[in-house]
Write a protein that binds this ligand. Structure first.
Ligand SMILES: Nc1ncnc2c1ncn2[C@@H]1O[C@H](COP(=O)(O)OP(=O)(O)OP(=O)(O)O)[C@@H](O)[C@H]1O
Ligand SMILES: [Mg+2]
Length: 376
């Protein structure tokens, strides 16, 4: 919990009023269910309009308690003069006149207090102003954070796109210079490597498109009753060659489960999970896929006998571009977006993800999804 101090200026020509307000706010701590910090108040006073304006010129004021009737000018004139400043003004009136209230509100007054008022009424009004200032500040901090997350995302993305471009450009230059002579076959490795880098770049771009659609809620979904047994099996078939190349066995235990979902979501989710199970496995290892239901949830388990994940790395996995860097993952290609896509899909289906992993032995991801109401 932080201690925040807001500056209050009390403007009134009645000495009793300014000193009363000062006393009332001096030790006051504003608390509210929306305020997570402690707000206290530093009070200054002014006894005329001119004095108030001079003070405002030189000092930062958050809340102003302003008597409507001052000897040299009225409250409206002061409100007009400080309209460019971000001050919440509580107008104090000797008589509660509707006209004054309307004009002052138009000029930006935050609240009114009719004289005479109790210390409690004054504190309530100041608390309201403090809550409003606090919420505005929190919103600003949140927006700044969002902006910086966005910026970080774009910088990492730019970097991820730059490296395959540089690699392919490098190979093309070597080929252009005929560095290995005129026999085309001498360049096989370079060409194969370039194609691999371009493929992973294409996957990165597709991932970004998926992620952006999911994040902006602009993804057009067609919710329909899906036979998971069928769809999961056909998605797994697409990984057969990749698994065979590394002698990895795919084992399934798939029950006849139906879910109301978008087929594209299921495809993205299952293929990212199976892809990881193979990529982060050992040669000759196993990937097991279980489809079942548990209460109101559809349950999908993806376990592998792969490299495993250290306990301290588990929390980071679902953040964009996060790739665990160690000796085992050094040579494995990927953009670090797969699991963040999976997480967004699981969230859409009001689900959850459990992970169990033993470093060096293998990992098991359990995904729970709820059916969505079908579209008409
Ligand atoms: N089954 C797994 N076993 C061990 N580590 C894993 C497993 N799945 C994911 N990881 C770790 O989590 C990281 C993030 O995975 P994620 O799927 O988000 O990205 P990626 O596989 O690196 O790239 P992409 O899926 O976008 O091609 C991986 O880089 C890897 O370090
Ligand atoms: Mg992945």
């Amino acid at each position: 919990m932080n201690r925040i101090t807001l500056n209050v200026l009390v403007v009134d020509d009645e000495q009793g009023m300014t000193s009363g307000a000062e006393r009332c706010l001096r030790r006051f701590i504003a608390k509210d269910e929306n305020i997570k910090d402690e707000i206290s108040f530093a009070v200054s006073t002014a006894s005329s309009g001119k004095e108030a304006l001079d003070f405002l010129e030189k000092n930062n004021v958050d809340i102003m308690l302003l008597d409507y009737k001052l000897p040299d000018m009225n409250g409206i004139e002061i409100l007009e003069k400080v309209s460019d400043k971000k001050i919440l003004t509580i107008v104090i009136t000797a008589f509660a006149s509707l006209d004054v209230a309307i004009t002052a509100t138009k000029k930006g007054a935050f609240d009114f207090l009719a004289k005479p008022f109790t210390p409690e009424e004054l504190r309530n009004s100041v608390r309201k102003a403090a809550t409003s200032i606090y919420s505005m500040r929190m919103l600003k901090i949140l927006e700044e954070e969002k902006k910086s997350i966005r910026f970080e995302f774009i910088s990492v993305l730019a970097h991820e796109l730059k490296s395959p471009i540089s690699a392919v450009e490098g190979y093309l230059k070597l080929i252009d210079e005929r560095i290995k002579g005129n026999d085309v076959s001498a360049y096989d490795t370079m060409i194969k490597r370039s194609i691999e880098r371009l493929n992973s770049m294409r996957k990165l771009i597709i991932d970004i498109i998926d992620l952006t659609k999911l994040e902006s809620n602009r993804k057009v979904r067609n919710i329909e009753r899906i036979n998971l047994a069928q769809s999961v099996k056909s998605i797994i078939d697409g990984f057969e060659n990749q698994a065979k190349e590394r002698n990895i066995k795919i084992i399934t235990d798939i029950k006849d489960v139906f879910i109301n979902a978008d087929a594209g979501d299921i495809e993205m989710l299952v293929s990212n999970m199976v892809s990881n199970g193979i990529k982060y496995n050992k040669d000759g290892g196993e990937v097991k896929i279980i489809v079942d239901s548990e209460g109101e949830f559809t349950k999908l388990i993806f376990s592998d006998t792969g490299i495993g994940i250290k306990q301290e790395d588990l929390d980071k996995l679902f953040k964009e571009f996060v790739r665990i860097k160690n000796e085992q993952t050094r040579t494995i290609e990927g953009s670090g977006l797969g699991l963040s896509i999976v997480k967004k899909i699981v969230d859409f289906y009001d689900g959850k993800i459990n992970i169990e992993s033993e470093f060096g032995k293998g990992t098991s991801f359990t995904l729970y999804l709820k059916s969505k109401p079908p579209c008409d």
